[in-house]
Design a protein around this ligand. Structure first.
Ligand SMILES: [Zn+2]
Ligand SMILES: [Zn+2]
Length: 296
């Protein structure tokens, strides 16, 4: 029988009185259960991505639904034939989204449903701001999305000034999106602190959009932070690649980490180049490891 795993992505901002204790409670729940992933718990809430057998995933969601703090956590669910993580980490974190300074999360942008989001795109009245990192943007994004001018979005506070020169805070209507929604909570609040009056965030992020609205207005793949690295936005429809192999420049939308663990560079490689370089990101990395092996 074919295995079926569920990949869950979820977060909730909620006051967690004793996050260290909650870490223990979570660890206890997952002990001896078939689940892997990454769960961060802080005073301000929870952020998790896990893969689990269907049975364990369902019992986890049920368990969460029965807990006052987490009863309304919304899970975005993909099916997958295997685990998408190789270990389980449940950890305390001071902030769920790292940013150099504090923003008032209560002041975030207005949440809009995937359907409303699609209608807003179609109206053509909005600036669509993708707040992911540039390597995520590279393999897939909404058609009309601006490429963010920073490699890592935690640099956004710096970028906000340039953004203001381009888009008037009083007049501009900003649609903000990210993978699962959590980064928009922070960055939409930041944008509003910068004087923007009309800021909207895609509820549940691109994952939920893909599940509800399919591939409409989307190009390429969706980058995800697990072993899959990229998935079709609706988790089933393969769209043409919009990105290119770093080596031969042919279309490619599969990211790999260089087989040299010291290098570990995230790179886009087509099947042919990847085979020729034996999973390394470059001739140099391949040679380096070959030389090392011939010495020892
Ligand atoms: Zn190639
Ligand atoms: Zn390398």
């Amino acid at each position: 029988m074919e295995n079926k795993y569920l990949v869950l992505a979820y977060y909730k901002y909620v006051d967690v009185e004793n996050p260290h204790r909650e870490v223990m409670v979570h660890k206890k729940f997952f002990k001896n259960r078939d689940a892997l992933g990454r769960i961060y718990i802080s005073e301000e809430g929870i952020n998790g991505q896990i893969s689990a057998s269907e049975e364990v995933a369902n019992s986890y969601m049920k368990w969460m639904a029965n807990r006052k703090m987490f009863h309304d956590v919304e899970f975005k669910i993909h099916e997958h034939p295997q685990h998408t993580f190789h270990k389980m980490t449940v950890k305390y974190r001071k902030e769920l989204v790292a940013l150099k300074y504090k923003v008032d999360l209560q002041q975030g942008g207005e949440h809009v449903s995937p359907q409303k989001w699609r209608e807003m795109i179609e109206s053509g009245e909005y600036v669509l701001l993708d707040v992911r990192n540039d390597y995520e943007w590279e393999i897939g994004h909404f058609e009309s999305a601006e490429k963010p001018d920073c490699r890592y979005f935690r640099d956004f506070p710096k970028y906000a000034d340039q953004f203001k020169e381009k888009y008037d805070p009083e007049e501009s209507k900003i649609m903000m999106c990210c993978t699962g929604g959590i980064r928009c909570e922070t960055f939409s609040a930041l944008l509003k602190e910068n004087g923007y009056k009309q800021v909207y965030q895609l509820d549940g992020g691109m994952i939920k959009y893909g599940l509800e609205e399919g591939t409409k207005h989307w190009k390429g793949k969706l980058f995800v932070f697990d072993e899959r690295l990229s998935v079709p936005i609706d988790n089933k429809t393969e769209l043409p690649a919009i990105s290119h192999c770093y080596i031969c420049k042919e279309p490619a939308d599969m990211y790999y980490n260089c087989a040299d663990v010291e290098c570990d560079r995230l790179f886009l490689g087509c099947d042919r180049c990847r085979e020729e370089l034996q999973g390394f990101c470059s001739e140099q990395c391949l040679q380096k490891v070959q030389e090392k092996n011939s010495v020892s």
